[in-house]
Ligand binder design. Structure first.
Ligand SMILES: [Zn+2]
Length: 282
C-alpha cells in the first residue's frame, strides 16, 4: 500500500470505535493514511498492539500510561464506553514489566502517551504523575524507542507551567527523543523542546482556532507532525461528528495554509519526519 499521510496520534483502540473499528481502519488505509493508535493505560495499550499486528502495513502502536489514569476516578465515555458510566478506577501504577512485553512488538514505535496533566491537579496527583512519567522515560531509554508526550497546562495562569516541569524531567532522565503531542504551549515553551530534538504535533484544533498559528509557523519543518487525537477534537468541516484518522488530511491542509507551504511538499516532509522519529518508512 502507498501511504501519503500519517496520523501520528490517534485512538481507534478506544471504545468509541467498538462497533466499527475494522471499517474505520479499512477506509483510513484505503485513503492512503497510515496511523498510530496510542495506548492510555494497560487495556488500551494492549489493544493498540493487537490492532497493529493484525495489519501488514499502515497501522502502528504506542504503549503507555496517560497521566490522568495515574489517579483515581477519572472517566471518559469515549475511552471506556457508556456501559462503564459511573465507575471509578483506583488509578494505575505503571507496571514496567507489563509494558516492556508490549513494547517488544516491532509495531510499537514509541512509549506513551505519558507526561504531565495539570488541568486537574492536586499535590498527591502530581506525585503520581511524576513517578509514572519517570518510569516510562526509563522504559523508553531501555528499549530505545522515543516518547509520546501528553503535556496539558492548567487553565490557571498562576499555576506551575506543565511544559517547563515536563522539560525539566526530560532533561534529567531521557536518553531518547520524543514528541509533545497536541501542542498547546507558547513558542517559548516549544523552543526548549525543539532545541533538544523533540518534535511537536498539531491536531484539528488548528482548523477552528488561530491560537496556535504562531507555533505552527515557528516550528522547524523537520520537527512537525500532524495528528487527529481521534475520537476527540474533530476538525472543520466535520465538527459535531466523531473524529477519525482519515481527517488528519484537514490538519495537513491547515498546517500548509498557516505556513504558506505547498501541501504536497508538506506531505513529503511529514513522511520523512515520521521516519526519523518513529522509524516508520511509508
Ligand atoms: Zn491521545
Amino acid at each position: 500500500m502507498n501511504y501519503e499521510y500519517i496520523d501520528t496520534h490517534t485512538h481507534v483502540n478506544l471504545q468509541a470505535y467498538k462497533e466499527d473499528w475494522e471499517e474505520v481502519i479499512a477506509r483510513t488505509r484505503a485513503a492512503g493514511v497510515a496511523h498510530i493508535n496510542v495506548g492510555t493505560q494497560q487495556d488500551t495499550s494492549r489493544r493498540a498492539v493487537e490492532m497493529a499486528e493484525a495489519y501488514e502495513d499502515g497501522v502502528y502502536a504506542m504503549v503507555g500510561l496517560h497521566p490522568v489514569h495515574t489517579d483515581a476516578s477519572y472517566h471518559d465515555e469515549k475511552e471506556f464506553g457508556p456501559e462503564q458510566k459511573g465507575f471509578t478506577t483506583r488509578g494505575e501504577v505503571f507496571d514496567t514489566d507489563y509494558y516492556r512485553k508490549l513494547a517488544g512488538s516491532e509495531k510499537v514505535v514509541a512509549i506513551g502517551e505519558c507526561g504531565l496533566d495539570y488541568y486537574r491537579i492536586s499535590p498527591e496527583t502530581k506525585e503520581k504523575q511524576d513517578a509514572a512519567f519517570i518510569a516510562q522515560i526509563e522504559l523508553a531509554n531501555e528499549v530505545g524507542k522515543p516518547l509520546m508526550l501528553h503535556i496539558r497546562p492548567s487553565d490557571d495562569p498562576s499555576a506551575p507551567n506543565a511544559y517547563e516541569d515536563a522539560y525539566a524531567i526530560i532533561k534529567k532522565y531521557a536518553k531518547v527523543r520524543g514528541n509533545a503531542h497536541f501542542f498547546a504551549g507558547t513558542v517559548e515553551d516549544a523552543k526548549k523542546f525543539w532545541d533538544v530534538g523533540y518534535s511537536v504535533s498539531f491536531t484539528g484544533v488548528i482548523t477552528f482556532t488561530c491560537d496556535y498559528d504562531e507555533v505552527v509557523q515557528a516550528a522547524p519543518k523537520e520537527l512537525i507532525h500532524a495528528e487527529t487525537d481521534a475520537p476527540y477534537v474533530t476538525p472543520v468541516p466535520y465538527r459535531g461528528k466523531r473524529n477519525e484518522p482519515l481527517h488528519v488530511r484537514e490538519v495537513y491542509k491547515r498546517i500548509a495554509q498557516i505556513r504558506g507551504e505547498d501541501e504536497a511538499a508538506l506531505r513529503a516532509q511529514l513522511r520523512t519526519n515520521a521516519q526519523h522519529m518513529y522509524g516508520i518508512a511509508l
